[in-house]
Design a protein around this ligand. Structure first.
Ligand code: ZN
Length: 338
């Protein structure tokens, strides 16, 4: 039997104090729970202010439900992280820090149901790198296995001075970082058909990797940094040839990077949430088999519904490589118990 570790899954606490009451403003997230009819899974509507954002169910907040569903799908261990709507990067730093501590502690509580199988990544107020560093260190000391950050802070990309300061802190303290797209570009033009998720999110992630490379981020942050980008890196692998060509033939496309983009492929990891064998094979051919980690986006509808099947049924992967993608790489990256 192959061990399976899912590094990309999300949680919400069942309840939390009203952020609107505490801080004012009309765009804070909260859960509107449905009355339970006594059977089936409990459901709730995730609200942003008075707008419905997404229907969710009890796997988000109930570790027992999560473990049951992991068992059904043969997932041995799972790392839970906040949903980006909880980041509050656009708020004053003290409000964002309050959210980080609230949700970070709540994540650890959910993991208490089975601390050998459930692990958590923390969030930090990335708009203030100094405060973010302190919270990252606190989170590590309380048991978080890594930090999840949003892929940008307003107009600041991954090559921003403050973001690089934070990444260097994580490199120095051996804190793994997972980069999740959020606050998607071109919101006005992608508001229909969930295009913010299917088009905007992968574009955000590709932008993050490109800005990190061309902004000289990988040249400046030490090689010890463990960093993984979500959703297979968006369109990065597919468009690497275009990026490489631009770097070689247009000096202004080189930015601050000391080497061509392909030079940096061994500096980061990607998850495997791509839902297609050809896409997975492209990732393997560009990134190799040591830098890909299984991720589902569970328990959301846009996640892998049959968790683990994409890798388990991949025609070109050997059993050894399947095991690397499904568990071994993640065990090393996050330092998980075997
Ligand atoms: Zn996600």
């Amino acid at each position: 039997m192959m061990k399976v570790v899912d590094i990309h899954s999300h949680f919400f606490p069942k309840t939390w104090p009203s952020l609107q009451q505490k801080f004012g403003g009309d765009d804070w997230p909260w859960l509107r729970h449905q009355k339970s009819n006594g059977s089936g899974l409990e459901k709730a509507m995730l609200m942003k202010g008075n707008k419905e954002f997404r229907p969710i169910y009890s796997a988000c907040w109930d570790g027992k439900v999560r473990i049951e569903e992991m068992d059904q799908h043969g997932v041995d261990q799972q790392i839970i992280s906040a949903t980006p709507i909880l980041f509050a990067y656009e708020k004053p730093v003290e409000q964002s820090l309050y959210c980080a501590q609230l949700f970070n502690d709540a994540a650890l509580e959910i993991c208490q149901v089975n601390p050998q199988r459930l692990f958590a990544m923390a969030q930090v107020p990335l708009q203030d790198p100094d405060v973010a560093c302190v919270e990252a260190s606190r989170a590590k000391s309380t048991g978080h296995v890594g930090i999840q950050i949003g892929n940008h802070v307003g107009l600041k990309n991954m090559d921003d001075e403050g973001v690089l300061t934070f990444l260097q802190h994580c490199a120095s303290e051996d804190i793994p970082v997972f980069v999740h797209p959020w606050d998607m570009m071109a919101a006005e033009r992608t508001k229909d058909y969930m295009m913010g998720w299917t088009v905007g999110m992968p574009a955000e992630t590709q932008l993050s990797i490109v800005s990190m490379i061309l902004g000289g981020g990988f040249d400046r942050v030490s090689k010890e940094l463990k960093i993984c980008f979500a959703h297979g890196g968006g369109a990065f692998a597919f468009l690497l040839g275009r990026l490489e060509n631009a770097w070689l033939h247009r000096d202004i496309a080189r930015g601050k990077s000391a080497h061509p983009p392909s030079y940096y492929l061994d500096r980061f990891y990607l998850d495997t949430a791509v839902f297609d064998h050809d896409a997975l094979q492209l990732l393997v051919s560009k990134m190799g088999t040591d830098r890909l980690m299984f991720g589902t986006d569970y328990p959301f509808p846009l996640g892998e519904q049959q968790m683990g099947q994409l890798i388990k049924t991949a025609p070109q992967l050997t059993e050894l490589n399947k095991q690397k993608l499904l568990a071994s790489n993640a065990e090393q990256f996050f330092v998980l118990p075997k």
